[in-house]
Design a protein around this ligand. Structure first.
Ligand code: GRF
Length: 221
């Protein structure tokens, strides 16, 4: 099995706890990857401190400095392309990306979203799960396509919604799961086990028709 050191560019907007999970997985050799740079659209993102503490190069590209989405996206492409990363990792990146950016990194752009997609695209997912009396909630890692929070889902992690939950307690448990499944998904891509091409998600050479499920610290089909 191929186990190439995969090179990453990680895009963040805030706390960067998923970035930290990726950094920690690299340090513990659970993930064979190198983060070439971290890009934040927010100067105040505390994830930038996490990058600095791990000696990872970072850039702030504030969307406020650009007249439109396209010029903001192009400014990011200008930083990313010379680094020739294998994978662009959206980790709590809170800007909608334009078609040009998504097409440019087609097949190598992944995101983590705090819901069991296709449920609850967009914001406020934890409150929606509570309001709808869902028994299960969770997180999804997916390749990115043109529509918001869409594209083939690779791994989902489920958590039970408890009667006592409010959106914060539920978000915290979902986030713990995010920190587990994101490095796992990236490692599967590094190993060449998982790929998205010709509009198809493939795992070990077979078309993956439904997401892998992470439950009780185990991955199942
Ligand atoms: C996470 O739930 C992520 O899925 C969402 O933003 C939250 C914060 O992530 N998009 P992080 O701590 O900045 O990684």
């Amino acid at each position: 099995m191929l186990n190439k050191k995969i090179s990453l560019v990680v895009l963040i907007s805030g706390g960067g706890s998923n970035l930290q999970a990726i950094i920690d997985a690299i340090k513990s050799n659970a993930l064979n990857a190198e983060i070439k740079t971290v890009i934040s659209n927010q100067v105040s993102a505390t994830g930038l401190d996490r990058a600095a503490r791990a000696n990872i190069d970072s850039h702030v590209i504030s969307h406020k400095q650009y007249p439109d989405r396209q010029s903001f996206d192009r400014a990011m492409i200008k930083i990313i392309d010379p680094l020739e990363p294998d994978l662009i990792v959206l980790a709590g990146f809170m800007r909608i990306l334009g078609d040009e950016f998504i097409d440019h990194y087609h097949h190598c752009l992944i995101n983590i979203h705090p819901s069991l997609l296709p449920k609850y695209k967009g914001l406020n997912t934890h409150q929606l799960a509570i309001d709808n009396c869902d028994k299960k909630h969770g997180a999804s890692v997916h390749f990115v396509s043109h529509e918001l929070d869409s594209g083939p889902v690779v791994i989902q992690a489920e958590v039970s919604v408890l009667d006592a939950d409010d959106k914060n307690s539920l978000a915290a448990r979902v986030l713990e799961q995010e920190h587990q499944i994101y490095p796992i998904a990236i490692q599967m891509i590094a190993e060449g086990r998982l790929a998205f091409s010709d509009q198809q998600l493939r795992l070990d050479g077979q078309t993956l028709t439904k997401p892998l499920l992470w439950k009780n610290n185990q991955l199942s089909a």
